[in-house]
Design a protein. Sequence first.
Length: 58
Amino acid sequence: MEHIQVRLVKSLIGETQRVRETVRSLGLRKLNQVVKVRNNRAMRGMLRKVSHLVKIEV
């Protein structure tokens, strides 16, 4: 499977607990941190939920 690179570009201040947990489950902790996640339905769903906070780099 391919991987997707995800970068956290906005702060989690003011976000709901659920959004914070989703970002954390993607492996993102700090601003501008980049992680590789698998390109599957579950990950794409999580990315869609936090799309206003992350930048997706294929």
